[in-house]
Design a protein around this ligand. Structure first.
Ligand SMILES: Cc1cc2nc3c(=O)[nH]c(=O)nc-3n(C[C@H](O)[C@H](O)[C@H](O)COP(=O)(O)OP(=O)(O)OC[C@H]3O[C@@H](n4cnc5c(N)ncnc54)[C@H](O)[C@@H]3O)c2cc1C
Length: 288
């Protein structure tokens, strides 16, 4: 029989997960998990709902670092003006998830730990160099977001572990990010390609730091250092964009499915990476 529990502290949640005799699932918003329970794809003995834990659905800022609780819904993230100012790409990615109803529940932790290669917030979080704090029986550890998913539907988390919060680092001046996805419909679809780009410029508008991340073109979201390197030292000129586009294409390892062929996804990844880089650059320019 399926049991449900809603602990009110991180320590209690860890104790319950560590002591579970059968498969247990952490519940944040439930927009993936409840669908999987109903379809029979997920068959846990125990559901551990973390939403009663204090601070787990809040956003706070400490010395320029944004701390986003694991179960914070997309709607709350979308309404945080300070976060949107610092990390417009992360916020636009979170806001793209699902419909208004889904936004009321869907969290970053659920999006990451469901481990879909097409998860929208993940490329933006990785491009932002975000980390997550993972709590478990051995204590807490801080892990880069890109280390969590290990393949479709799989994560590196142990059965006694769950994500407590995300950290978005302090922004240097003249920095901005963006997230773009391509879907065949105008909304409520899964990304054929998603791209997160983050850039920092110097006072002359030359890019000094960049990260480029592709989603939906490999088993997990992928950092593309060659694409980032194409931007660094340039003013987002045609040479840089053309090199970035080629590097993004080379990094793709997509599958053929009903949303697109390997060739199509690879081409779209290059185009979307170029567009995302231009937007991130323009946003950073506005901050000079
Ligand atoms: C109609 C609809 C539209 C959707 N559209 C999109 C979309 O456009 N883009 C997109 O990316 N996704 C979309 N999704 C998928 C889903 O909404 C997102 O993945 C969402 O972010 C999941 O968050 P959640 O809080 O609801 O996760 P949950 O359903 O609570 O959990 C998902 C998985 O993560 C695990 N988990 C949850 N929290 C934690 C934690 N703190 N630590 C460790 N593991 C945890 C759960 O055990 C489960 O395996 C859609 C879903 C629906 C139903």
């Amino acid at each position: 029989m399926l049991s449900y529990t809603a602990p009110s502290t991180v320590e209690e949640a860890v104790r319950i997960l560590a002591g579970a005799s059968g498969p247990a699932k952490v519940l944040s918003g439930g927009t993936d998990l409840l669908v999987q329970l109903r379809s029979g794809r997920a068959k846990p003995d125990l559901i551990v709902d973390i939403k009663n834990i204090s601070g787990i659905s809040d956003i706070r800022e400490q010395d320029g670092v944004f701390i986003i609780g694991a179960a914070t819904p997309g709607a709350v993230i979308g309404e945080c003006e300070a976060l949107r100012q610092a990390w417009p790409g992360v916020v636009e990615a979170a806001k793209l998830i699902g419909s208004t109803q889904v936004q009321g529940r869907a969290s970053l932790a659920g999006n990451l730990c469901n481990a879909s290669p097409a998860a929208d917030s993940v490329p933006a979080l990785i491009a932002a160099r975000a980390t997550c704090v993972v709590a478990g029986a051995k204590g807490r550890r801080e892990v880069p977001v890109e280390s969590i998913p290990t393949g479709p539907g799989r994560t590196c988390l142990r059965p006694d572990e769950f994500i407590v919060e995300f950290h978005l680092p302090k922004r240097p001046p003249h920095s901005a990010d963006t997230y773009l996805r391509f879907i065949p419909r105008t909304e409520m679809d899964i990304a054929v390609v998603g791209v997160g780009v983050s850039v920092t410029l110097d006072t002359r508008g030359v890019c000094t730091e960049a990260s480029v991340v592709l989603g939906a073109v490999a088993p997990t979201a992928i950092l593309v250092p060659e694409a980032a390197a194409a931007l660094v030292g340039h003013n987002c000129d045609e040479t840089a964009l053309s090199e970035l586009e080629q590097a993004a294409r080379r990094a793709c390892k997509p599958i053929n499915d009903k949303r697109g062929t390997i060739e199509y996804r690879t081409k779209v990844a290059g185009v979307m990476a170029r567009r995302a880089a231009v937007i991130a650059y323009e946003r950073a320019e506005e901050r000079r």
